[in-house]
Design a protein around this ligand. Structure first.
Ligand code: GLN
Length: 603
C-alpha cells in the first residue's frame, strides 16, 4: 500500500501526464532533443526524506533555475549591499531575456532575468585554484547532494547562438555592472545553465533552501540563513519571469523555472518540490510543471499566505502547583501545605512553534492570570522551532515577569533555545518540568520552615499515623513494627508480589517503578521521601503489589506486617480501627488530589 503523500503526488502526475500542450525551447537548438513525454515530480522534506514519481532520474539542463543559486552564492560572497548595488529586486514584468535595465544606472531589475543573472555570475570569484565555473559546479553539487556534471552539447549550442545574451553582457559592461572582459562571464553563464540535474536533484536543492540553507540530506550548510530569505523573496516575486504575479496568486510559493523544463519551489520548514517536463508555455515555463505545482500547493496547503495559525494552542496546559504536584512522594502534611501555598506557582506548558504570534498568547495570559503568582514555570518540552524573534520575546517576557516581582523558571528539555538565551537575566533553567516543580515545592516548603525532603530521619513516633495516638494506644502499636534497612538498589516491595506489609519510610530516598506487563518497559513513576507510607494500598486491598519500590539511597523503614495487623485487630480493636481510619483518610485525600490532577492534565 502506497503512503498517502506518494498517492497524492501520483494523482497529480497522472492528471497531467497526458497533457501535450506547449513546445520545446528551440532557440537553443540542442534543447529540441528533449523527450516531450518526460514528466517527473519529486518532493524532499525538510528532514531529507524523498518522495518521487515519474521521470525523476532523467538528466536535463538546469538553465535558469541556476539563477536562484548563483544569486545566493553572490550574496554570501560579496555581501547583500554590494550585490544590491549592481542588481535590483523588482519584478520586471517582462520576458526572461528582456533587456530590462534601469535607464539611469543600467542596473538589471532583478537577478532572475538573464541580465541580472549574468551580472550575478560576473560577481562570483574566479580564481586560479578554483575557476568560476568550477566554483559554481561544486557549490551546486553541495545543494544537490551529488556531484553534478554539465552537458557540453547544450553549452556549445547555446554559445553558438547566444548573441542576445552577449549583447546584454556588453550593455552591462557599458554601465560598469560587469567589470573586465564580458566573454568569459557569458561563457560561464552558459556553462552554468548547462549543468545537468535530475528532478530529484532539483527537489533536494529546493529543500536546502526550504531548510534554511542547510542541505537536509547531507547536513552541509551551503547558504547562510539571512541570504536564503533574500533568495526566496526574489524567487517569489520574479522566479517565474512575467508569470510571477499569477504564480504567487495561484501557487503561492517561491519558485524558479528554466527552459530545460525544470521548476523548483519550496515552503520554508516544510518541503522542497521539483517538477520536470520539457514542454514550455509562451512564458517559457514548463506547462505540466506549472499545472502540477498549482495542484500540489492546493493539496498540501502550501500557499505562503495561507500559513496555518499555529498560535491557537500555544499553551497546552496551565495550572498552579496547588493543583498538580511533582512526582515526589511527600508526607501528607507537606502536601496539605502545598495545596495552599502552591497557588504561588503558575505552570504553563507550551507547545508548537515559538514565534511572535504564539508567544503573544503566553504574554497575554501571564498578564491576566497572574493573581498571587510569585513563580512562573514555562515548560518548553513540547515547543517546536523558534525563529529570530523568539529569544528576544522570551527575554522581554522574563523582564516583565521580573518587573512585577515574579521569578521565571524555564525548562528546555528539547533544547529549542540557545544556551545563552537568558544570559544576564534572573531566569532559572531547569532540566525537566518535574525538576522545576520539585524545586518550587522544596522552596515553598523551605519558606514554611519545613526541613528539606530527604534530609530528615524520622522516628516511628514522629509519623502522623502514630503521632496522634494516646500513650496507651501507642504502647500497643509500636512494638508490632519491625525496623528494616535496605541498601541502595535493594527492592522494598516487588511488583506482582503478595502485599503482606506496609512500610513507613523513616530515612533515605526510594523510587517507585512500574513495569508495563504488555511491553516490559519500566517507568519511574515517583520518588518517595521520609514520612510517606508505602504499600498500604496492597495491604488494605489484600492484593498484589502494583509497582516496585526500590531504595535509591540507603533506606530505613518501619514495617508493619499483615500478620501483626491482624493480631492488633483481635487484641486491640480500637487501635486497629484508628489506624485503618487514618490510612483511609490519607488515601482518600491522595485520590482526590490524583483526580484533580488527572482532570487538569487530561489531553
Ligand atoms: N540559458 C538560458 C538563456 O539564457 C536560460 C534561460 C531560461 O532558462 N529561461 O537563454
Amino acid at each position: 500500500m502506497r503512503d498517502t503523500i506518494t498517492r497524492i503526488i501520483e494523482e497529480v502526475h497522472r492528471r497531467y501526464a497526458g497533457t501535450m500542450d506547449g513546445s520545446l525551447a528551440d532557440y537553443i537548438p540542442e534543447l529540441t532533443r528533449a523527450d516531450p513525454n518526460h514528466f517527473g515530480i519529486a518532493v524532499v522534506t525538510a528532514d531529507g526524506y524523498r518522495y518521487a514519481v515519474g521521470d525523476v532520474d532523467v538528466p536535463f539542463t538546469i538553465q535558469s533555475v541556476s539563477k536562484a543559486f548563483t544569486y545566493g552564492m553572490a550574496l554570501d560572497h560579496r555581501g547583500a549591499a554590494a550585490v544590491e548595488e549592481r542588481v535590483g529586486v523588482e519584478p520586471s514584468g517582462e520576458a526572461f531575456n528582456s533587456i530590462s535595465l534601469d535607464p539611469g544606472t543600467g542596473r538589471p531589475r532583478n537577478p532572475m532575468i538573464n541580465a541580472g543573472a549574468i551580472a550575478v555570475t560576473g560577481m562570483l570569484p574566479d580564481r586560479e585554484a578554483e575557476p568560476r565555473f568550477e566554483h559554481i559546479r561544486s557549490t551546486f553539487s553541495r545543494f544537490a547532494a551529488r556531484e553534478l556534471t554539465w552537458d557540453d552539447e547544450v553549452y556549445a549550442s547555446e554559445s553558438a547562438t547566444g548573441f542576445r545574451n552577449r549583447a546584454i553582457a556588453n550593455l552591462l559592461r557599458s554601465f560598469d555592472i560587469l567589470d573586465g572582459p564580458t566573454d568569459p562571464v557569458v561563457e560561464d553563464y552558459f556553462r552554468q545553465c548547462s549543468l545537468q540535474v535530475t528532478c530529484s536533484d532539483l527537489a533536494t536543492m529546493a529543500a536546502t533552501l526550504a531548510h534554511g540553507g542547510v542541505n537536509p540530506v547531507t547536513g552541509d550548510a551551503v547558504l547562510t540563513l539571512g541570504n536564503v530569505e533574500k533568495v526566496l523573496s526574489v524567487m517569489a516575486t520574479c522566479g517565474m519571469y512575467d508569470y510571477s504575479g499569477t504564480w504567487v496568486y495561484e501557487v503561492g510559493l517561491p519558485a524558479k523555472s528554466g527552459v530545460g523544463g525544470g521548476v523548483l519551489g519550496g515552503l520554508p520548514g516544510q518541503f522542497g518540490i521539483a517538477l520536470f517536463s520539457p514542454l514550455l508555455d509562451e512564458k517559457f515555463n514548463s506547462v505540466r510543471g506549472v499545472a502540477g505545482f498549482r495542484d500540489l500547493s492546493r493539496e498540501f496547503d502550501l500557499h505562503l499566505l495561507r500559513a496555518p495559525s499555529m498560535s491557537k494552542h500555544a499553551i497546552r496546559r496551565h495550572y498552579r502547583l496547588s493543583d498538580v504536584s511533582s512526582r515526589r512522594g511527600r508526607p501528607d502534611e507537606d502536601l496539605e501545605l502545598l495545596a495552599e501555598v502552591g497557588r504561588k506557582v503558575l505552570v504553563l506548558e507550551l507547545q508548537g512553534d515559538l514565534f511572535a504570534a504564539s508567544l503573544e498568547r503566553v504574554i497575554r495570559s501571564l498578564a491576566s492570570d497572574g493573581d498571587g503568582v510569585e513563580v512562573v514555570v514555562l515548560d518548553l518540552r513540547r515547543a517546536g522551532a523558534t525563529d529570530g524573534s523568539t529569544v528576544g520575546l522570551l527575554r522581554g517576557l522574563a523582564e516583565t515577569v521580573a518587573a512585577v516581582g515574579q521569578h521565571l523558571v524555564v525548562t528546555d528539555q528539547a533544547r529549542v533555545l540557545p544556551s545563552d538565551a537568558f544570559a544576564g537575566l534572573d531566569v532559572e533553567v531547569a532540566r525537566t518540568l518535574d525538576d522545576a516543580m520539585r524545586g518550587c515545592e522544596d522552596a515553598l516548603l523551605g519558606d514554611a520552615g519545613r526541613a528539606p525532603a530527604g534530609s530528615v530521619r524520622l522516628d516511628l513516633a514522629e509519623f502522623e499515623l502514630v503521632r496522634h495516638l494516646g500513650d496507651h494506644e501507642r504502647a500497643r502499636l509500636l512494638p508490632r513494627f519491625v525496623e528494616r534497612s535496605y541498601a541502595a538498589g535493594e527492592v522494598i516491595v516487588e511488583q506482582g508480589a503478595d502485599a503482606d506489609a506496609l512500610y513507613l519510610l523513616g530515612s533515605g530516598v526510594a523510587e517507585v517503578e512500574f513495569a508495563d506487563p504488555l511491553d516490559g518497559s519500566v517507568e519511574r513513576i515517583a520518588d518517595l521521601y521520609p514520612g510517606v507510607v508505602i504499600g498500604e494500598l496492597g495491604l488494605l486491598g489484600q492484593g498484589r503489589r502494583s509497582a516496585t519500590v526500590r531504595a535509591v539511597t540507603d533506606v530505613a523503614c518501619f514495617e508493619l506486617s499483615r500478620f501483626e495487623l491482624m493480631r492488633l485487630r483481635s487484641s486491640d480493636h480500637l487501635v486497629y480501627t484508628r489506624i485503618i481510619e487514618d490510612l483511609l483518610v490519607s488515601t482518600a485525600e491522595r485520590l482526590r488530589r490524583a483526580n484533580r490532577e488527572a482532570s487538569l492534565l487530561r489531553d
